[in-house]
Each structure stands twice: as structure tokens, then as C-alpha cells.
Write a protein that binds this ligand. Structure first.
Ligand SMILES: NC(=O)C1=CN([C@@H]2O[C@H](COP(=O)(O)OP(=O)(O)OC[C@H]3O[C@@H](n4cnc5c(N)ncnc54)[C@H](OP(=O)(O)O)[C@@H]3O)[C@@H](O)[C@H]2O)C=CC1
Ligand SMILES: [Mg+2]
Length: 365
């Protein structure tokens, strides 16, 4: 084993073993300063693949070119949106009846999540249902060059699960060599003036190459049927916050989230028709550019099969262009037992887009 490999092994092994080594809740343990040196992403990927050697290989997903003729002097901004499935919810609450419990083992599922992130190397990572921020994602991703922010849900349902790892919440990571943080806001969403259990993070970033600023936000709205009006109110509150943060749509905006709402719902319509002038990036994968994908989550619960489009990447359509988007897994790849599985770690698919700034001046938002 070479030096770099053994160094790397200790990095991943440390996060794997931290729960047994600590007397404190795992999520409260600060990373050991000795383990903060940079990691080579290729080496971490190899390490993850070694842990996953008994699992089937990852599925191939291709990027679809959406604006091949779009000339840009700057590299695109790659954004990943992903509800990674909280470990406590997957094991204790979600009731994925066709998913074997062994497929949910954190030691391996963690590596599947990291493998997905390392495979696409996003510049910005917007995650929901993160209940391993402090012990896993923050230490590892910071060593890969990301700056992270975590905002837990005030009353995370993870806390009801025995042997939980702390609350779940939204996390936002960006590559420090590409962006400078200008402004950051943790938002507890309200619904009709009442404080709710759902949160968002919104950050204004400046591209180090182009000097251009934009706002990136991540959220996870209230789940379940019967809560449509509640989600709609949460969406209105988020839009109002984003109006203020973008100085009335002067700053280009990208909003990633698990909205827990189909495109037919009111909250989707609020986002599609807002004065922020947003479009949903994954619509561009459809033949007419007007239809959302047929699913972004697909699972089987005791109540039956749930196939829904709930996850979105919204963007300021006059200021930004989507250069490409990562295709979804096909029904055949997802398989008859649906998600999560030995192949794929979450019940939600990751969405990944490459954005570039349009050449037009900012007033054309
Ligand atoms: N201690 C206290 O005083 C309080 C505790 N709580 C706890 O929080 C919970 C509610 O929190 P809230 O944030 O409103 O939760 P949500 O209704 O938004 O759902 C929470 C999670 O459950 C998942 N989920 C969705 N549908 C189902 C389903 N059919 N079966 C199992 N899981 C599902 C969601 O995943 P996805 O988004 O992927 O669909 C989501 O991550 C309560 O059940 C309680 O446990 C809440 C308030 C106060
Ligand atoms: Mg969930």
C-alpha cells in the first residue's frame, strides 16, 4: 500500500469508525486536525470502490448537451441537487419494503453517495436529508476543497429513531477555489406566518474567474399528501426571502430542492410564474422543453409504489443558460424493487446541471 493510499485509507476509515470511537453523539465530534490535509478525489473514489467491491457496478448516466452552440469564455458552473436519504429515516421510518436492510448499511451507503458526488464533481452541492454532516460530509468534502454549511430541521424526524445520528437538514457546499462567499442566510420557512419545521440555505457567491455574482439556495419542503397548501405557503415565504436576497431579482439565482410537490401543485406554479423569472432546468431534457421528467423519486412503501417528480433545479432564465443536464436513470436501471437499492443509495435521483452566464447585462434578468 503506497503512502497516499494509506493516508487516504485512514481518512475514510476514520469517518467509518468514528461512531465506535466516541462517547459523544457522532454528529458532534469535531474532525481531528491531523486529518484535514487535502485528499485527491481519484484516490478517494478508489477507496470508495474498494469498500463497494461486493456491490454491483454503478449505472452509467450521460450528460445531455442542451446548448452546444453557447459560447462561453468561462468554465460552466456544475450544480448537483440531491436528497441523499437520511440514514435514520431510511432505516427507521421510510418503510422501503423491497429494499434489503443490508443495502442501507451506512458504511457502504456512505461510499455510494460519495462515489456519486466524486463521479460528477459538482462545483456546488445542494443536499437534503443530511444526518451525517459533522462526522462525514463536512470533514471529507472540506478536504476535497469544498466549503460547507448545514442547517438542521428544528424538529427533525430522525431524532425519533433509535440510535440516530442527530437531526437531518439541508447542506450546501461550494468549491472554494471557484467561488468566494459574499453572503449567507439560514432560513426557517414560515407558512401563513407560522414557523415550520422546514428550512433553506441561501448564499450569494462570486465566481473567482468572471467576478460575477449569483445566489444559490437549497430547500426541502414539507412532505406528504394533504400538505399542499402548507407547501405552497412555504414556497411563497422562500420566494419572498429570495426576492430580498437577490435585491429584487438583480442577482441571478439558482434554487435546488426537494419540493415534495408534483408540477401540478400550487407551489410549483408559484415558482414557475414568480417575478424572479425562473425556469426549471430539467424541463429542458424533454422533447418540447416544457415537460418535467416522469420521475425524480421511485420507491415502494407498504402503501405501494410511489413514483413522483418532486426535485427541481430552478434558475434565472435570462441571466443563465443550462449547457447540459445529467440524464435520469431509466426504469430498467432502477429495477423492479425500485430505490434505494444495492445499486443506488437514495430513493431520490441526483440532478446535475452545467450552467453558464449569458453575455447579456444583468438588467436582462
Ligand atoms: N418532538 C416534537 O415536538 C416534534 C417532532 N416532530 C417530528 O417531526 C416529524 C414531522 O416532521 P416534518 O419535517 O414535518 O416531516 P415531513 O412530513 O416533511 O417528512 C419528514 C421525512 O419523512 C419522509 N417521508 C415522506 N413520506 C413518508 C412516508 N409516507 N413514510 C415515511 N416517511 C416519509 C420525507 O422524505 P421525502 O422528502 O424524501 O419524501 C421527509 O424527509 C414528526 O413525525 C415528528 O416525528 C415534529 C414536530 C414537533
Ligand atoms: Mg425522504
Amino acid at each position: 500500500m503506497g503512502n497516499s493510499t494509506s493516508r487516504l485509507y485512514s481518512a475514510l476509515a476514520k469517518t467509518l469508525n468514528s461512531s465506535t470511537a466516541s462517547q459523544h453523539p457522532e454528529y458532534l465530534v469535531s474532525p481531528d486536525p491531523e486529518h484535514l490535509e487535502p485528499i485527491d478525489p481519484k484516490e478517494l473514489l478508489e477507496e470508495c470502490r474498494a469498500v463497494l467491491h461486493t456491490r454491483p457496478p454503478r449505472f452509467q448516466r450521460d450528460f445531455v448537451d442542451l446548448r452546444a452552440e453557447c459560447p462561453s469564455s468561462h468554465p460552466p458552473i456544475r450544480v448537483m441537487q440531491w436528497n441523499i436519504l437520511a440514514q435514520a429515516l431510511g432505516e427507521g421510518k421510510d418503510n422501503f419494503v423491497q429494499c434489503p436492510v443490508e443495502a442501507l448499511k451506512w458504511e457502504e451507503r456512505k461510499c455510494l453517495i460519495l462515489e456519486e458526488i466524486l463521479a460528477y464533481q459538482p462545483d456546488i452541492l445542494c443536499l437534503q436529508e443530511v444526518d451525517h454532516y459533522f462526522d462525514t460530509f463536512q470533514p471529507l468534502l472540506s478536504r476535497l476543497g469544498y466549503q460547507g454549511t448545514f442547517f438542521p430541521k428544528p424538529w427533525s424526524p430522525c431524532l425519533d429513531v433509535e440510535h440516530n445520528n442527530g437531526p437531518d437538514g439541508c447542506a450546501l457546499f461550494f468549491l472554494q477555489n471557484r467561488f468566494k462567499l459574499v453572503n449567507s442566510a439560514n432560513i426557517r420557512l414560515t407558512a401563513m406566518t407560522l414557523k415550520t419545521n422546514q428550512v433553506a440555505i441561501a448564499q450569494t457567491l462570486e465566481c473567482k474567474e468572471s467576478g460575477r455574482q449569483f445566489c444559490i439556495a437549497v430547500t426541502h419542503l414539507k412532505a406528504r399528501t394533504g400538505w399542499e397548501r402548507f407547501r405552497s405557503a412555504q414556497g411563497c415565504d422562500l420566494l419572498q426571502n429570495l426576492q430580498n436576497i437577490t435585491q429584487g431579482a438583480k442577482i441571478p439565482l439558482i434554487v435546488c430542492g426537494d419540493f415534495n410537490a408534483e408540477p401540478t401543485e400550487e407551489v410549483y406554479k408559484h415558482f414557475a410564474s414568480s417575478s424572479l423569472n425562473l425556469n426549471s432546468a430539467y424541463k429542458l431534457l424533454s422533447a418540447d422543453g416544457q415537460s418535467e421528467p416522469p420521475y425524480t423519486t421511485w420507491k415502494i412503501r407498504t402503501s405501494g409504489e410511489c413514483r413522483h417528480t418532486l426535485d427541481y433545479i430552478w434558475y434565472s432564465q435570462r441571466a443563465l443558460s443550462v449547457r447540459s443536464a445529467l440524464d435520469l436513470l431509466t426504469e430498467e436501471q432502477i429495477g423492479p424493487n425500485r430505490l434505494p437499492s444495492f445499486h443506488y443509495p437514495s430513493d431520490h435521483l441526483s440532478l446535475v446541471c452545467d450552467f453558464s452566464f449569458n453575455e447579456e447585462p444583468d438588467e436582462l434578468l
